[in-house]
Design a protein around this ligand. Structure first.
Ligand SMILES: Nc1ncnc2c1ncn2[C@@H]1O[C@H](COP(=O)(O)OP(=O)(O)OP(=O)(O)O)[C@@H](O)[C@H]1O
Length: 271
């Protein structure tokens, strides 16, 4: 069980950033947290992994209220991993493979097992060729993939990805989408945060929309993306596929692939 109940969060006691947030993260994977700049997505993620402590409310994980002792957080982080928006926030070592192995060595995992996990992660992220490189000289997109690798090797049940495509060029963005879809198909429970509406529509099944630290909308694709005015109010746009649906009266397709298939087969469901 992974739930959030009536949670308020601030960085200090003066200003509350998240207000009365309730989330049920167990159903409808993958989950998308939508919100404009400054709406509180990163703050929510920091709280979901126990780096920030709610001033009110609670997080429930596996039937228990999350505790904040070192021991409890250590155990929790074996289950829930986070990839920060800025890769530099989670890079500690100079050489890629040392950095990715860092947490595993801290956990006392055998070198043979570490080598195996690194290989799997490097293959998945297509960064085998970077393993001996100095991280400092990598491109932003390459650093992002290294940051994901360092979380993947922990083999957590959950992965939180904060703005995974921010700062990537179109090729980097497509590659990142491919990586996220692979993670999902391999059974990871993924929570994404982004204001990239097309990406979120394509990947996620259930959505929470934040506006100025308040949860203003939640639901499935149908329930969230047809709420044009609420989305605009949250400074978000409808995904292009939804705009087409509304402008042409087409059915709301699950994703681009379904849309293309319908168009190619003569759109038998139109009108
Ligand atoms: N370390 C901090 N100390 C104090 N306030 C902070 C801190 N980090 C973020 N904030 C404030 O919290 C609010 C929410 O910021 P947050 O980074 O969570 O939003 P976001 O939705 O992730 O934005 P973005 O899309 O720009 O990354 C903002 O008003 C921001 O100024």
């Amino acid at each position: 069980m992974f739930k959030v109940e009536k949670m308020c969060v601030g960085y200090d006691s003066q200003e509350e950033i998240l207000h009365n947030i309730t989330l049920d993260l167990d159903n409808h994977h993958p989950i998308g947290i939508l919100g404009a700049n400054g709406s509180g997505k990163s703050t929510l993620f920091l709280t979901l992994v126990g780096l920030l402590k709610p001033s009110k409310g609670k997080i429930i994980f596996g039937d228990k209220k999350l505790g904040y002792s070192k021991k409890e957080l250590f155990r929790f982080r074996q289950k829930v991993g986070i990839v920060f928006q800025e890769p530099d926030q989670q890079i500690f070592y100079t050489i890629v493979e040392d950095d990715v192995a860092f947490a595993l060595r801290n956990l006392g995992i055998a070198e043979e097992e570490i080598a195996k996990r690194l290989d799997v992660a490097f293959d998945l992220l297509d960064i085998q060729h970077l393993r001996k490189k100095t991280i400092q000289y990598l491109s932003y997109g390459q650093k992002k993939r290294v940051a994901i690798a360092s979380v993947l090797v922990l083999e957590t049940e959950w992965i939180l990805l904060d703005e995974p495509t921010a700062g990537l060029d179109p090729a980097g963005r497509s590659h990142m989408i491919h990586i996220i879809k692979r993670l999902i198909s391999e059974g990871k429970k993924v929570i994404l945060s982004s204001h990239d509406m097309d990406l979120m529509y394509d990947i996620c099944q259930y959505f929470y929309v934040l506006k100025e630290g308040n949860l203003i909308l939640e639901g499935t694709k149908q329930q969230v993306f047809l709420e044009k005015n609420l989305l605009l109010d949250a400074k978000l746009e409808q995904p292009w596929l939804v705009k087409i649906h509304q402008q042409l009266g087409l059915p709301l397709y699950q994703d681009e692939a379904e849309f293309s298939k319908q168009v190619a087969t003569g759109g038998k469901h139109y009108g």
